[in-house]
Structures are given as C-alpha cells and as structure tokens.
Ligand binder design. Structure first.
Ligand code: WT7
Length: 659
C-alpha cells in the first residue's frame, strides 16, 4: 500500500469514528485567539464582554450602553456611540497601511487590478462625492446590481461614507427580482454595469437592469460602470450616467465620513423566506461591523499582513461580511475574483491561491464537491503552501468533502472552520475557534463565545444530545438583524413569536434550521425546516418559485420541493397540475422553466418538472411536501395514511420516473 493509500484508510477510519482532528501546532502558535478561557469570560461577563468586538473599531464618539434590551426583540447595541464604517475600513489604515493592498482583484480574462488602501480611499471619496452630487442623501437606499468588479465594494463603501444604506442585488438575479427589491426598498438610485465576463464571453447586464427598471414604480437614476469597454457598446439614456465620467468630474474630491449613530442602518439585504415576498434584512453600523470584524479576527484568524480570499459573491451576505467589511475593517488584503472556478481551466482557484500567496481560503461545500469531482491533479499543479486556514459556509459539509478539502487543499496542515450562520445573523455563529477546539468533520462546532444556542423540540424544551431538533439562539448578539425593512410586524412573526417562551419572559430567535447537539456541545446543522431550499449554498423560497410557475398559462397548481443533488446539495423539483384543456408537454415544461428563470434567475432553474394529476394533500388541504421530497429522492414513500388522496402518490412517483 502506498503512503497515500495508507493515509486514505487512516483518515477514513478516523472519520467513521468521528474522531477529532487537532489544529496543527504551527497554526496554534500564531493564532489570534488561543485562550480557551474566552468562553467563560463571555459567559460571566455578558453582555459587557462584547466590548472586545467594539474595541476593534474606531469610534467618533463612545457608546454608553453595550446592550439595550428595553424594546426587545428590537435589541440595540453600543447605543450612544457614533462611527462611520467607511472610515473604519479605509481612513484609519492610511497611516500604517496606505501602500498595502486592500483589494486584489482578478478578472475572469486574467487581468488584475490592485487597490492599495490609499487608492481605495481615493476612489471611495470620489464616488461618495458623485453620489452626493446625484442627490443621494443620508438614509436614501442605493441599490447595486453588479457582479464581482471592484466598483461594487467601492460603491458600498462610498454609500457608507455618506450614510446612505446600500441594497446589493445579486447580479445573477433576474430583472423581475431587481424590480421587486427596488420597489420594496423604495430606492431611487441604482449603480450597475454594462456587463461582465462569463467563461470568457461578455455577458450583457445592462439590458436586464433596464428591463427591471421598467417595473419599478419610482423614478430611478442609474450610474453605469463600463466593464466591457469595446466588447459591448451601450447608449445611455437621460437618467443614466457613466460611472467613470462622473468620477472624473470629482477627481481629487474628499468627503468627510458622516457620523452615524451605532444603530443607524448600514445596509439592507434581501433574502428568501417562506412567503413569496423577499425579506429586507436590516443591518446596523456598529453592531454589524463590530461583529464582522470580530469573527474575521477570531475565526478566520485574519491579520493585517495576510492575504485572504473568499470565493463568495458580494451579492450575498458572505461577500458583504467576509470580502468587504470584516477583512477591510481589519486592514488586511482581500482577494476578489470575478469569474467561475473552471475558467480558463479547473485550476483557477489554485492558481489564484498560488499567485497571490493566499493565507486563508473561505469557500462553500458545493464548490468543494466540484473541486473533488474535477480531481486532485488541479490543486496539485500549484504551490498551496501559503495557506494557513480553510473555511466553509452555506450548507452542511459532508465528511467526505471535508476530508478532501483538508487533505488536498490544506495539505493536512490547515485547520478547517465550518461556519454556520445566515443573512440575518450578520456573521458566524456556530463554529470552532480554530486554535482552541479540535475539528469534527461534518459538525460545525460549538456556538462562538457570547452566542447562546440550543436544540429544542416543538415546545421549546431542550432535546437530549444526539437527537434532532430545532436550532435556537436565546441571547441577542451584536451582528443580529434589527428588523425587516419597513416591516417590524413580519420581523416578529418570522423570527420570534411562535417559538418564544412567554412564561420565562424570554425572546428566542428561531433560524429555521434543524440540528443536533453532541455531548461535547458540538452542533451539527441538518438543514432548513421551513419551505426554503438551499441550492448550491443559495437560499431560495419555494413560494417564490411556485408563484412564478402558477403565472404560466395552463398551470393550475404547483408545488416545489428540494431533492438531494450530488453537486448542488439540493435541487429544485417542481410538481405541476395543468388546467383543463392543457397538456403537460415539453412546450409547457420549457415555459415553466423560463418563467422561473425570469422571475428569480438561472440559479432557481428546476431540475425536474413533473406533471401530476393531483398533489398529495392532507384532509385539511395541506400539501404533503415530505412525500414529494421522497419522490424527488427516489426514496421509499413514507406514511400516506393521513392523506385525503393516498392513491395519487404512486401515480406521481411513476410519472416522475417516466419523465
Ligand atoms: C442558511 C443561511 C451564511 C452565509 C451564506 C448563506 C445554511 C449556512 C451552514 C453551515 C450547515 C449552513 C443554513 C442557514 N447554512 N452555513 N456551515 N452548515 N448549514 O446565508 O442565504 O442566509 O442561508 O444556510 O440552512 O439557515 P443564507
């Protein structure tokens, strides 16, 4: 047996036993947080211990209260303090790190752009002046519909500088999705671009933005970045301006960072929920920023001299917290990649790690599964020895993928942090602190210091170790969402009401995830318990997809569930009942797929459309999704005895197979 095989067997055995992996000594010696007493410190000195996070920021005026619980669950953090996020991410680093790289951007065609802190500061100031000149006032919501180009973080930081909250809409979302979000936020300003590159080809984006604007109720002025230059000519209308023209007009302008109250909104981020309407999650200036900086420091082990690479898209919360705000608040170098991991070849990520001497890599299980499928020859082509820590986020990681990541990317000398969190939590919640705990593949770890989480049953009572239940968080934390934008009522309904424990007079945050906890306090997250799918680490509401489908002529009813998918984790399975006079044929199937792509985007594209005579329903008329999931997964069908129409189940299963 070769050494490699032997190792394979040994790793396999350790995984079987769920044996723990120790962090390498070399890592522990240099780590930011090494004192295990930190857990106790937070517990005994709660909430004051959170000053540790606040101390990572520069304040214009000091806060007087760490946590104000008087209007729970509208918790407030660091009240009385004021600060500016752009000042914290830029200005304060200029003296010592002005010439160091803040952003190292890699374009898909291989071009690179580096912004030192000095240069980033300069462009952010100029763009802040542009925004002001365009009439953007403090508290106006500015929407960004942009791919991974440097102008996106620049625009975000410029907004932060003048106190205008940003709302970034993922560039892969459809025109409709943009319109829904801009209408919900009542946003009159849009920053977008003409297009970007995908697999080497220019992809037009402005057309999609313009199409979306047609359905926006308010008047909107747009600023358009010319990313494609000669590859795509575009004309600008009267309410559209060219980014670089406007910037040139403000050359050398400086804008004082406005003083924002700790609780002032830094940004809005729309995410999917169980109803058709996306939720506008509101994050604040102090609590969010302190939390993003603290977790970047404690979990990702970021130091100013590091080069750190997160492969997420800034259009999602991971990119906000861990490409932009956390890393830049700490003054480090953040690598940003425009494109896909398999263009021009499947070693693109490893080429970036190698060329940029990346110290920490933060990516998603869905990507790791793809790397694994492509094979170890791709990472093996490169020198990955600069890596010190690996991270994963977005969905549960299966031990096999964990092991591959550990061995072939981390060369068994990097700890892996499996970080559980959500758009709503602002930053990581459940994960190991890499120098303190051992790792258990597949299990995220204990709640971070100061985070109080538990696994409970329907009645809110803790379940015993090893049993599945609902994950809850029973103390507030600085990075938590403050409300759903303009919808306090829904905020309470969605996250607090149902699962709170009134007799204890205690609010409990319910993230809608199932989980189990082991005797040692490690939490294994099992997945969503609401009607939200997790496709390649992206959250999609089944209701949103269903309402797109029922809008197609000929469709009477639709149900969407998640089916297991080797690469994506979950895939979209749809069951459709046609109206009388319509046939479930190939044409209708295509129309359904297109409708979903138009209303949400290609990420929501159904894996399967099954035309069925009826949907399995309980006597009270509720669709039994569990059965549809079993069908999607080709599993033995569960109990059908509570159904009004048990006979349809076999029929649907047969149709699903035939299709
Ligand atoms: C949902 C949140 C966190 C930023 C990216 C997604 C799932 C996230 C993990 C993990 C198991 C995870 C949960 C969560 N999730 N991280 N490490 N292990 N599940 O943010 O779009 O708000 O989705 O992603 O189900 O609720 P999001």
């Amino acid at each position: 047996m070769s050494d490699d095989d032997e190792l394979e067997v040994e790793l396999e055995a350790r995984l079987e036993e769920q044996e723990e992996f120790e962090p390498p000594e070399s890592f522990v010696e240099q780590a930011n947080v090494t004192d295990e007493g930190i857990y106790e410190e937070f517990e005994e000195n709660w909430p004051e211990a959170w000053e540790r996070a606040a101390d990572l920021l520069d304040w214009q005026s000091d806060y007087d209260t760490v946590l104000d619980e008087s209007e729970a669950p509208f918790y407030k953090w660091f009240t009385g303090g004021s600060l500016n996020a752009s000042e914290n991410c830029l200005d304060r680093h200029l003296d010592e790190r002005g010439d160091e790289a803040a952003i190292e951007w890699v374009g898909e065609l291989g071009e690179e752009r580096t912004y030192t802190y000095e240069q980033l500061h300069e462009e952010v100031n100029e763009f802040a002046a542009v925004l002001r000149d365009q009439g953007v006032q403090e508290d106006d919501v500015v929407t960004m519909y942009m791919p991974m180009i440097p102008e996106l973080p620049i625009a975000m930081l410029a907004c932060a500088r003048i106190g205008a909250p940003h709302a970034v809409v993922f560039a892969g979302f459809s025109a409709d999705a943009l319109a829904t979000r801009m209408n919900a936020a009542d946003s009159e300003h849009l920053v977008t671009c003409d297009g970007y590159y995908r697999r080497g080809d220019p992809l037009h984006h402005l057309d999609k933005a313009e199409e979306g604007l047609e359905s926006v109720d308010q008047d909107v002025t747009s600023i358009v970045v010319d990313r494609l230059e000669d590859d795509f000519d575009h004309d600008l209308g009267p309410s559209q301006h060219d980014y670089h023209d406007l910037l040139a007009e403000q050359e050398g302008a400086t804008v004082e960072p406005v003083s924002r109250d700790a609780e002032d909104m830094l940004f809005l981020m729309y995410t999917s929920g169980t109803t058709g309407k996306p939720k506008g999650v509101k994050h604040t200036t102090a609590g969010y920023l302190a939390y993003a900086a603290w977790t970047s420091h404690a979990v990702l082990d970021i130091k100013p001299d590091d080069t750190y690479f997160c492969s997420a898209d800034i259009g999602w919360i991971t990119g906000h917290s861990y490409i932009v705000y956390g890393p830049l608040a700490l003054g480090t170098t953040s690598v940003m990649y425009e494109g896909t991991p398999d263009y021009p070849d499947k070693d693109r990520m490893w080429e970036i790690v190698d060329d940029h001497n990346v110290n920490q890599l933060y990516t998603a299980p869905t990507a790791i599964r793809a790397f694994m499928k492509w094979g170890e020859q791709y990472p093996n082509k490169h020198d990955l020895s600069s890596l010190r820590l690996l991270g994963t986020v977005g969905e549960p990681i299966n031990p096999r993928a964990w092991k591959w990541y550990y061995k072939h990317i981390g060369q068994e000398s990097c700890p892996i942090v499996d970080t559980w969190w959500q758009t709503e939590t602002g930053g990581m919640m459940v994960t190991t602190i890499p120098a303190i705990e051992n790792m258990k593949p597949g299990s995220a770890g204990p709640p971070l210091p100061g985070i109080s989480a538990d696994i409970v049953d329907e009645r809110g009572s803790p379940v015993e170790a090893g049993r599945a239940g609902y994950l809850i968080v029973n103390k507030p934390w600085p990075g938590m969402l403050r409300t759903l934008y303009k919808n306090d009522e829904r905020f309470i309904d969605e996250y607090w009401d149902e699962y709170s424990i009134p007799e204890k007079d205690q609010w409990v945050y319910f993230p809608e995830d199932g989980a189990k906890i082991d005797d040692d306090g490690f939490i294994t997250v099992l997945g969503r318990v609401d009607d939200v799918l997790n496709v390649s680490g992206h959250r999609l509401g089944t209701m949103e997809i269903e309402s797109a489908i029922v809008g197609v002529p000929g469709v009477a009813e639709a149900a969407v569930v998640g089916g297991d998918h080797e690469m994506k984790g979950e895939a979209v399975y749809t069951y459709v009942i046609t109206e009388d006079g319509y046939e479930g044929d190939e044409e209708l199937r295509q129309e359904i797929i297109e409708a979903v792509e138009d209303s949400i985007g290609p990420i929501a594209r159904p894996e399967a459309v099954v035309f069925s005579p009826e949907l399995p329903k309980t006597r009270s008329g509720k669709i039994m999704r569990r059965l549809l999931e079993d069908i999607a997964n080709g599993e033995e069908l569960g109990n059908t005895s509570t159904l009004r129409n048990p006979e349809v189940v076999e029929e649907i299963a047969k149709k699903a197979q035939d299709d």
